[in-house]
Ligand binder design. Structure first.
Ligand code: HEM
Ligand code: HEM
Length: 211
């Protein structure tokens, strides 16, 4: 006789929630991918992996710029800044979408402190996906190099210049941008280490919630 389906998420029928997750109604046995029982929906997955791609462009390019000769820097600024502004727009859309599509709760077998750590890292990443591009945008404007001409958004759209050059402010905001870059990198290392830990050591299939 087939085993009864596992009711993973009792409130799955609540408005909006159905779209944000996929409930797999298969029995969970020892050694199965227990963590994958309530997965993120396709919308959450698209937002997540588009963001990952953009971060993989913006972050390494940002770190490389300072090591380049001045006359080689411009295309790198253009790529970095356009990717960064896109991250900002995607993050705004993602947060608006996420407010109406809550994340599926972590499975009970994940210890409470780890659940709190994972959720804290997610919230911090959301915050920095908004704050970091704003710092970068303000710094470029304060340096007197707004996103126009060679560094227009996506090479096409001149963004408004909203302030006069102010090198003191630029230096401070740039320092904050550079510091946040390292904080973000540390959070991402923690986040990816968590995903690898679940996949390779606990083998609870948690990664499958997001793929
Ligand atoms: C989430 C988005 C972003 C990330 C992750 C990011 C990351 C970084 C990183 C890692 C650096 C190098 C830090 C260092 O040298 O220690 C950097 C530098 C910089 N970023 Fe961003 N950035 C983002 C968005 C932006 C945006 C939207 C702009 C401008 C519109 C911008 C403008 C700059 C500038 C001007 C620098 C200095 C580059 C240099 O001259 O060395 N960034 N960013
Ligand atoms: C590089 C940039 C990345 C960013 C900014 C990022 C950000 C996030 C955020 C904000 C969430 C929470 C989603 C929500 O609850 O709405 C999340 C979930 C998740 N991420 Fe990432 N992530 C990144 C890279 C990765 C990578 C490389 C992996 C895999 C190796 C990964 C695996 C996951 C998984 C499995 C979840 C779901 C966790 C759960 O089951 O609750 N992420 N990510």
């Amino acid at each position: 006789m087939p085993a009864a389906p596992v009711a993973c998420w009792q409130s799955a029928s609540a408005a909006g929630r159905e779209e944000s997750m996929t409930v797999v109604t298969q029995p969970v046995s020892r050694g199965s991918a227990a963590g994958a029982e309530a997965a993120y929906g396709p919308g959450a997955k698209w937002f997540h992996w588009i963001t990952v791609t953009l971060i993989l462009i913006a972050m390494p390019v940002g770190f490389v710029i300072q090591h380049l000769k001045d006359d080689h820097k411009m295309p790198f600024y253009a790529v970095h800044e356009s990717a960064g502004v896109t991250i900002f727009l995607v993050a705004l859309a993602r947060l608006a979408w996420r407010l109406r599509h809550p994340a599926p709760p972590l499975p009970e077998h994940v210890p409470r402190p780890l659940q709190r750590l994972a959720t804290g890292v997610h919230h911090a990443l959301y915050l920095l996906l908004i704050v970091q591009p704003i710092l970068g945008f303000v710094a470029t404007n304060a340096w007197g190099f707004p996103l126009r001409g060679q560094t227009a958004y996506l090479g096409l759209i001149d963004l408004p210049k909203f302030m006069e050059t102010n090198e003191r402010l630029a230096g401070a905001v740039q320092a904050a941008h550079n510091t946040v870059a390292w904080v973000m990198l540390a959070l991402l290392v923690l986040h990816v280490a968590g995903a690898i830990y679940h996949q390779a050591i606990r083998r609870d299939g948690l990664l499958l919630r997001m793929v």
